[in-house]
Design a protein around this ligand. Sequence first.
Ligand SMILES: [Zn+2]
Length: 234
Amino acid sequence: MNNIKKKCLLENIKLIDLNLCFQNFGNVSLKIDNDRFVIKPSGVDLNKIDYRDFPIISIKSGNILEGKLNPSSDTKTHLILYKNFKNITSVAHTHSRFATIWAQSKKEIPILGTTHADYWNVPIPITKTMKKSEIKNNYELNTGKKIIELMKSKNLDYKFCPGVLVASHGPFTWGLSHEGAVTNAEILEYVSNLAFHTILLNPKTSVNNEIINKHFKRKHGQNAYYGQGKNIAK
Ligand SMILES: [Zn+2]
């Protein structure tokens, strides 16, 4: 158990090292098994805490099973993602600069080139604005519900859409491995940055569907041929 807690600490530190965190805004959780996940404690200095105190949460009940420290305030958002996306084993949330700019602008991120298409074959979607009542009560749980609702409404598979924007807030990403969520947070930020500057230079630019599909299918699905493995979904 301590191994996975330590890994959770390291993935949270990686989020900072990749420059994806502003102040202390950001958190990573890792799934332990079908019943439990470990998550960053709330408002702590990662250099000063003992990873053995990291809280472990029940996926079924949401209760804290062990750990001396209070879990991240976003724990219920992570929880609902684990409940609905059965095969994910990591979740990350950041306020990384360009992804947050898109989220605050309440705009999905259009596909403008192959970097985006290597990972998402759709625009990176954005949730609907939350209602006052959804903010007032169970805010973090409702944030997660908005993400699930978004994925369902657009008929998106979480394996091929490894992250979304939450309107007025920032990105949530997930992965099929313990490293996946942070890697996808880094990719999402890079794609957000590219799209922002591309539109500044040429607001009317576009990319054709053939090249999007070509790049996506090189890396995902049955006929993937990029790299050494059959599929790069992380
Ligand atoms: Zn946040």
